[in-house]
Design a protein around this ligand. Structure first.
Ligand SMILES: Nc1ncnc2c1ncn2[C@@H]1O[C@H](COP(=O)(O)OP(=O)(O)OP(=O)(O)O)[C@@H](O)[C@H]1O
Length: 740
């Protein structure tokens, strides 16, 4: 990790500015890296400092400070020269200028008059280094973020036409301006033949990789009011209002690039400069209160270098590197621009610069993984790659030492102070990159192999798992089928025995019938489950077959995962079905168990019936005995009556004459006479008589209904049992008992 380079350049005060008293010593260079700012009397900073809110003196550190006396050549040597070398070695570099409006940003990048800026010097240097190493053909073109496309002959012709039309346009414009002084007048950005020679005398590209040729492509676009415009778009309409806006897009790796941006192949520094000059005419400039020729947009000039080995790989670029130079629009206070286009431009400029500041502040904390708001403005979006490892960025802060804009300068320096704390990692050159890509390919192959193995293992496990599941399922089905068969047999036997007419077991039979219907339902459900199982088995076989289909690792993994999920779902469904079936069977069994309980009850009833029958027999015998006793008593009563009649015919004795039927009853003899029995109250019948009323066989059926009306419930049960056949045990319960 190394610190981002931030250079400070102080522009000299113009004579007019000096006359206006702008020189108040508020900017002082302490040493090569330290700058002191002292608030002038009239500044806002001084007012707040007087109130004790802020400091009036500020100290800033930079990678290097360039005083107003620094020449363009010196500045180039110290800043961009190395970057050009790095780009030719295959690395990406960004240089951007930041500062208040009228601080010398455009001057630094493009130059003025004979004072060529960084860009023309970089182009000159680059082409000098590439002498004899340029790739002649136009068949390879940079596209998108950092890709290279092979062009067809028709496309090559189109590219040539586009380049020529831009060069012609510049030629015609330049010829019209002959005699006028513009910043573009003197050759390649003002580089005179002598300065050119002096600058480039020691810059032959001997350090370039052997056998590699280079194809140089340039693009030039601006961000104006948050819209992107291609400055090299050679379309006839060059009116700002009719210009076509470009769109930002992402490549498949999420890297942002300007879609449909014109890339023009250039064969010399002069050609590149002419293209840049043609584009410059499309750029948005305006006169502001601070700058007569103020850039109202951020302009981005990019040079892409294709590294090609023509003999080794026909039609293939070895690598691509880029040098981007961004001339940012100057920040300014809007208080002087209260309305209109300038106000809108100033707002957009300030907003995008603010976003850049936020991004840089977030990058400073990058160790804490803060989210960098690159997407908040077009500017930060297009430069994102350089802040995120695509290359190394370098910032040039331009300041104007005028006292009147001290507060704005202070803000710009505060922003740059944050930028000086940003650290970036080293970026690898294409050689290392190709080595890395080889390593990556090897790793990819290894990973693919590993995943193939994993997939095979997964398939094996799945097969094993599902076959085990199927086996278990088959066993369960067999067991269920066996149970069902047993139950069927039991039903058949039970159905074969018809119940006797007037059977008192009718309720129990209906219960059995209910369980039969339940069994039928269960059977139907089992059949349904079987059908479902068959369908699922077929589905599973299909899935297994699909799993074997070869494909890319990612697809196969995803497909395997999907199928595994599907299989598990099916399995869950099967389990649920089985559970449901089990529950149904349990309820069936419960129904059968109810029958078993009834069987026990029936046996108990049978035992009770037998006991009752025995008791009936005993009672019958007792009844007979009683009848005999009664007959005997009646005979004895008759004998007594006869004896009494004989005694009456004899002379009466005192005891006999005083005897009355009432006295006789008192002694318990009145029951012997029928008349006595009739005189007794109806509810007071003798105990045995009320229990076992005497009946003759003939009376038995004729008076049965009348008798039943007088019978107690228990007597009625006894009576019914006497006539009932012994109960029969149902076969089905036997069958189930036997199963259990
Ligand atoms: N180092 C320098 N030496 C001499 N003149 C300079 C220097 N820097 C800037 N200037 C002059 O200062 C004026 C403003 O410079 P320039 O247009 O580059 O400012 P700017 O920051 O690009 O402004 P804006 O943001 O408004 O476009 C120009 O006339 C330029 O020639």
């Amino acid at each position: 990790m190394e610190k981002v380079k931030v250079f400070l350049r102080i522009r000299p005060l113009t004579d007019r500015e000096k006359e206006e008293g702008e020189e108040q010593g508020c900017v002082a260079v302490q040493d090569e890296e330290t700058l002191m700012l002292k608030a002038p009397k009239e500044s806002q900073n001084m007012r707040t400092a007087e109130r004790g809110i802020t400091q009036s003196i500020h100290k800033f550190s930079f990678s290097k400070i360039f005083s107003p006396e620094t020449t363009q050549q010196q500045f180039y040597e110290s800043t961009m020269k190395k970057m050009v070398n790095d780009v030719l070695q295959g690395e990406n570099r960004l240089l951007y200028t930041y500062g208040v409006t009228n601080s010398g940003k455009t001057y630094t990048i493009q130059g003025c008059g004979r004072e060529a800026g960084l860009l023309p010097r970089a182009l000159s240097s680059m082409f000098r280094k590439l002498q004899g190493r340029l790739y002649d053909s136009l068949d390879l073109k940079p596209v998108m973020y950092q890709d290279v496309r092979h062009l067809q002959p028709s496309e090559i012709r189109a590219e040539e036409i586009r380049r020529n039309s831009l060069l012609k346009e510049d030629e015609s414009m330049t010829s019209r301006r002959v005699g006028t002084t513009t910043i573009w007048d003197s050759g390649i950005g003002g580089l005179s033949a002598t300065s050119n020679a002096a600058t480039l005398s020691h810059s032959r590209g001997d350090e370039l990789e052997e056998g590699v040729q280079f194809s140089i492509w340039v693009s030039f676009y601006e961000i104006y009011n948050e819209f992107l415009y291609d400055l090299l778009d050679a379309s006839p309409s060059l009116q700002p209002r009719k210009r076509v806006t470009l769109r930002l897009s992402d490549d498949k790796h999420g890297n942002p690039y300007v879609k449909d941006l014109c890339w023009i192949q250039v064969r010399s520094a002069e050609e590149a400069w002419r293209i840049l000059r043609a584009g410059h005419r499309n750029q948005s400039f305006a006169s502001t209160h601070l700058n007569q020729n103020s850039s109202r947009s951020h302009s981005i000039f990019s040079i892409r270098v294709l590294h090609i080995r023509p003999e080794a790989n026909s039609g293939k670029a070895q690598g691509i590197s880029e040098l981007t130079v961004c001339d940012l629009a100057g920040s300014e206070r809007c208080k002087e621009q209260r309305s209109g286009e300038r106000m809108k431009e100033a707002t957009n400029i300030n907003t995008s610069l603010l976003t850049l500041g936020r991004c840089i502040a977030a990058l400073r904390h990058n160790q804490n993984k803060y989210v960098v708001p690159f997407r908040d403005s077009k500017l930060t979006r297009v430069l994102q790659g350089f802040f995120c490892g695509r290359g190394i960025s370098c910032m040039v802060v331009n300041i104007n030492p005028c006292a009147s804009i001290y507060d704005e300068t202070l803000q710009a320096l505060k922003f740059s102070a944050i930028a000086t704390q940003v650290r970036v990692g080293r970026v690898l050159n294409p050689g290392v990159l190709s080595l890395c890509s080889e390593t990556l390919e090897t790793q990819q192959a290894l990973i693919e192999e590993r995943y193939e193995d994993k997939i095979t293992n997964l398939q094996k496990h799945l097969k094993k798992f599902y076959s085990q599941e199927l086996k278990e399922r088959d066993q369960q089905i067999e067991a269920l089928s066996a149970d069902l068969e047993k139950m069927k047999k039991g039903d058949t036997v039970a159905a074969a025995v018809p119940p006797p007419p007037g059977d008192p077991e009718a309720p129990r039979r209906s219960q059995r019938l209910t369980s039969q219907s339940e069994l039928g339902r269960l059977r139907a459900e089992l059949e349904q489950c079987r059908a479902e199982l068959l369908a699922k088995t077929q589905e599973l076989t299909k899935l297994k077959e699909q799993l074997v289909v070869p494909g890319s690792t990612g697809t196969m993994t995803a497909a395997a995962d999907r199928k595994l999920e599907e299989g598990q779902r099916n399995l869950r469904q099967l389990r649920a079905d089985l559970q449901r079936l089990g529950l149904d069977l349990q309820s069936g069994e419960r129904a059968c168990c109810r029958n078993t309980g009834a069987e026990k009850l029936r046996q108990a009833l049978m035992a009770a019936d037998e006991t009752l029958a025995k008791q009936d027999q005993i009672l019958l015998e007792l009844q007979n005995g009683l009848t005999l006793v009664k007959a005997d008593l009646r005979r004895k009563a008759e004998t007594l009556a006869q004896a009494q009649a004989v005694r009456l015919q004899l002379p009466p004795c005192g005891l006999a004459t005083t005897a009355t039927p009432g006295s006789c009853k008192k002694r318990g003899c009145g029951a012997a006479t029928p008349s006595d029995a009739e005189n007794r109250p109806p509810n007071k019948r003798p105990f045995f008589q009320s229990l076992f009323p005497a009946r003759t066989p003939t009376q038995k059926y004729s008076t049965r209904a009348a008798e039943e009306a007088n019978l107690t419930p228990y007597s009625q049960i006894l009576r019914s049992r006497q006539h009932s056949p012994p109960p029969r045990s149902p076969v089905i319960t036997r069958g189930l008992r036997g199963k259990r």
